[in-house]
Design a protein around this ligand. Structure first.
Ligand code: NCD
Ligand code: ZN
Length: 442
């Protein structure tokens, strides 16, 4: 049994934001009391306990207590590319970053396109015993963009969504079929919106800065025309659509229109697209190379506006680990991807919440409540009876991001060598303490 006291509890799902206590019993949230101090006797009564020695007490003074964050866009690289990340290391990095549930993308080697592979990902997640790992099944076999996978079977194995993320599905008819078949499972299709003919061999956002650096550009339309196509197909089929990593102002406009028209569409934004722009891309640091590429300033403003007005539903890291060797190549050759799990929350806190652009309540709505709801996952709330997936967050904790104190196998983050402020200091999954004082517990 656990008694977390004097923390600032935040749960927009229940309209809670205030100082109070949270009690945990048998791995679940037992009682939430805000605006009132509990005595030890009351706590014992509430927990049906007889001895306070059975209750672990945690002092939350000066800290926030959030529901465990839910990250719906994570690349764990297992099977096949364990040199970049393993399910075990990724699940450890997740809890160190404040995430108690993560969705593992299907672009592994082989691609997660059979029930056996879905079950493998789920079981490796259970073995790791850190963040809950939910598999995403591929939309097409081998992510070749042609034949739809056995979606009903993949769902039976534990898939909670379908995606060929990493690659846009070029054929409109294939994507239409995917939305249609996915309806049989009730799961959303996550779309990586990228028109290959427009993206070409580009490596950063097309514009003045790509021209100045002499790098091939990717036009904003490579994303937005696909968002429009997919929104129209979702409207026509009645399928459930989720747009991954939205990065252009036109995409935000299209999603706003689609929502107004009643399309079942949700969308995510990644922290790096809110924090950096194409102007920040240095030729010599491929940690800034990501797909979709870092946006222009006007795009970034539209993304934040979309988050605040409800057009964009959630935040997700798009944790994309790559090795030093791969990222040490010249900018055009290095793979796309930013390592996010261990820095994303701190970066968003420092750059958006601490600067007054996002409230702590909105942060929790975007990174716990909404993702859990959209993908039908347990958690994401401090409701009594919910699994005790919890994050004690210290807004004062400062930390230098170095290769030595990380759980992820890879270090391809623009924050390497920088100090960030605002980190989770204790994390519980199902009532079990899995991270304390920034160390993952074994
Ligand atoms: C991702 C990866 O490395 O798998 N890379 C990236 O730059 N975002 C793929 C993806 O999310 O599209
Ligand atoms: Zn993608």
């Amino acid at each position: 049994m656990l008694w977390i006291k004097d923390a600032h509890l935040v749960d927009p799902a229940r309209g809670i934001s205030g100082r109070g206590s949270l009690l945990v019993k048998a791995g679940r949230i037992h009682k939430v009391v805000v605006g009132e101090e509990l005595t030890a006797a009351t706590v014992l009564t509430l927990l049906d306990g007889s001895d306070l020695a059975e209750v672990t007490q945690v002092d939350g003074t000066g800290k926030y207590l959030f529901p465990g964050l839910v990250d719906v866009h994570v690349h764990l690289r297992e099977p096949g590319q364990e040199e970049k990340e393993e399910i075990r290391t990724g699940a450890r990095a997740a809890v160190r970053g404040g995430f108690t549930s993560i969705l593992a993308m299907a672009n592994t080697q082989p691609v997660i396109d059979t029930r056996a592979l879905v079950e493998f990902v789920r079981l490796q997640g259970e073995r790791a015993g850190k963040a809950r790992v939910y598999p995403v099944g591929a939309v097409t076999k081998g992510m070749a963009g042609k034949e739809i996978t056995e979606m009903v079977d993949l769902k039976a194995g534990g898939a909670v969504a379908f995606s060929d993320d990493g690659k846009g599905i070029q054929s409109a008819e294939t994507f239409r079929l995917a939305l249609e078949y996915a309806k049989l499972t009730g799961c959303p299709v996550i779309s990586h919106c990228e028109d290959a003919s427009l993206a070409g061999a580009g490596v950063m956002r097309m514009g003045e800065h790509s021209a100045r650096l002499g790098l091939k550009g990717i036009p904003a339309t490579a994303e937005s025309v696909m968002v429009a196509r997919d929104a129209l197909l979702a409207g026509a089929t009645g399928g459930r659509l989720h747009i991954a990593h939205v990065s252009t102002k036109e995409s935000v406009q299209v999603i706003r229109m689609a929502k107004a028209a009643g399309v079942d569409i949700t969308a995510e934004v990644n922290p790096h697209h809110l924090i950096f722009t194409d102007e920040d891309v240095p030729l010599t640091n491929t940690s800034y190379k990501v797909n979709p590429p870092l946006p222009g300033r006007a795009d970034q403003e539209a993304l934040l506006e979309g988050l605040l007005d409800g057009t964009i539903d959630l935040l997700a890291t798009d944790h994309a680990p790559h090795t030093w060797e791969e990222k040490a190549q010249p900018f055009p050759e290095a793979p796309f991807g930013i390592n996010g799990l261990e820095t994303a929350l701190a970066a968003v806190w420092q750059e958006l919440v601490a600067k007054g652009k996002l409230t702590p309540e909105k942060l929790v709505e975007l990174w716990a409540v909404n993702p859990a709801r959209r993908f039908g996952l347990a958690g994401g709330t401090l409701a009594e009876g919910a699994p005790a997936d919890l994050v004690l967050f210290d807004p004062e904790w400062r930390e230098l991001v170095t290769v030595d104190n990380r759980e992820s196998k890879a270090h391809n983050t623009p924050f390497l060598g920088r100090e960030l402020q605002g980190f989770p200091v204790m994390v519980w999954v199902g009532g079990k303490l899995v991270m304390k004082d920034r160390k993952v517990l074994d």
